[in-house]
Design a binder for this molecule. Structure first.
Ligand code: C5P
Length: 221
């Protein structure tokens, strides 16, 4: 089974308030991008990596991959205006021989081999894709434009979804070609009628949004 990873790192990360994009914010000594790149490189599950860098930052991303000795990082392309555009740009670089595509947010640096294994396993059981998630523990409310609560949403069976997300390559290519937009890749596959399984996520896969998140994740390294 040939598994290719697309590492999407083209977000601007405006809430970090930095001059440079989020992928190049410091996590400990290195740019944030270094941690997930190293972990994908070291994973025996992964055969090749496509890095999707912010436009104009392809060169520093390639240099970083070289410095880290990432021999699996075969391509680096510029991302687009939305996450889906960035995924589409990355997918164009995945070779036709790939059987599985795994998409991961660079903003979730603490990727583990266990989670990669958990999202790959359902693909051998007939599922089109699998994503990691955490059951929602807070009470959820739908709020109107005036701030008034319109509804309390039952939280049983609701999950907060993470990456890495794994898909059968053919199914994923068709879903992405469909032209839909979604905040995660599973949304594209669902919109195309694909069956995607939820597997156990990992609290350490939290996404970096603010400077506090960076400090917290750095303390877990
Ligand atoms: O914006 P969001 O936090 O959902 O981003 C999740 C991941 O998608 C991040 O790793 C970010 O770099 C990436 N992204 C991207 N291209 C965009 C927007 C987000 O590669 N246009």
């Amino acid at each position: 089974m040939s598994v290719w990873a697309i590492l999407v790192a083209a977000g601007r990360g405006e809430r970090l308030g930095l001059e440079h994009p989020k992928a190049f914010a410091k996590l400990g000594e290195d740019p944030l991008l270094a941690e997930p790149l190293r972990r994908l490189e070291d994973s025996d599950w992964i055969d090749g990596i496509v890095v999707v860098a912010p436009a104009g930052w392809e060169e520093p991303a390639i240099l970083l991959a070289e410095e880290l000795g990432c021999g699996k990082a075969n391509a680096c392309v510029a991302g687009g205006a939305t996450r889906t555009d960035s995924v589409r740009a990355g997918l164009a670089e995945v070779p036709a021989t790939a059987l599985v595509v795994l998409v991961h947010d660079a903003a979730r640096p603490l990727l583990s081999d266990e989670v990669i294994g958990r999202v790959l396993a359902p693909l051998s059981e007939g599922w089109d894709g699998a994503v990691p998630g955490i059951p929602v523990s807070d009470t959820l409310k739908r709020v109107g434009p005036d701030g008034g609560i319109e509804e309390t949403v039952a939280r049983d069976s609701l999950y907060a979804v993470q990456t890495p997300q794994a898909f059968v390559a053919d199914v994923f290519r068709r879903a992405v070609a469909g032209g839909a937009e979604a905040t995660d890749c599973a949304g594209l596959v669902e919109a195309a009628g694909g069956r995607v399984k939820m597997v156990e996520g990992d609290p350490r896969l939290m996404k970096v949004t603010t400077a506090d998140d960076l400090a917290k994740i750095a303390s877990w390294l």
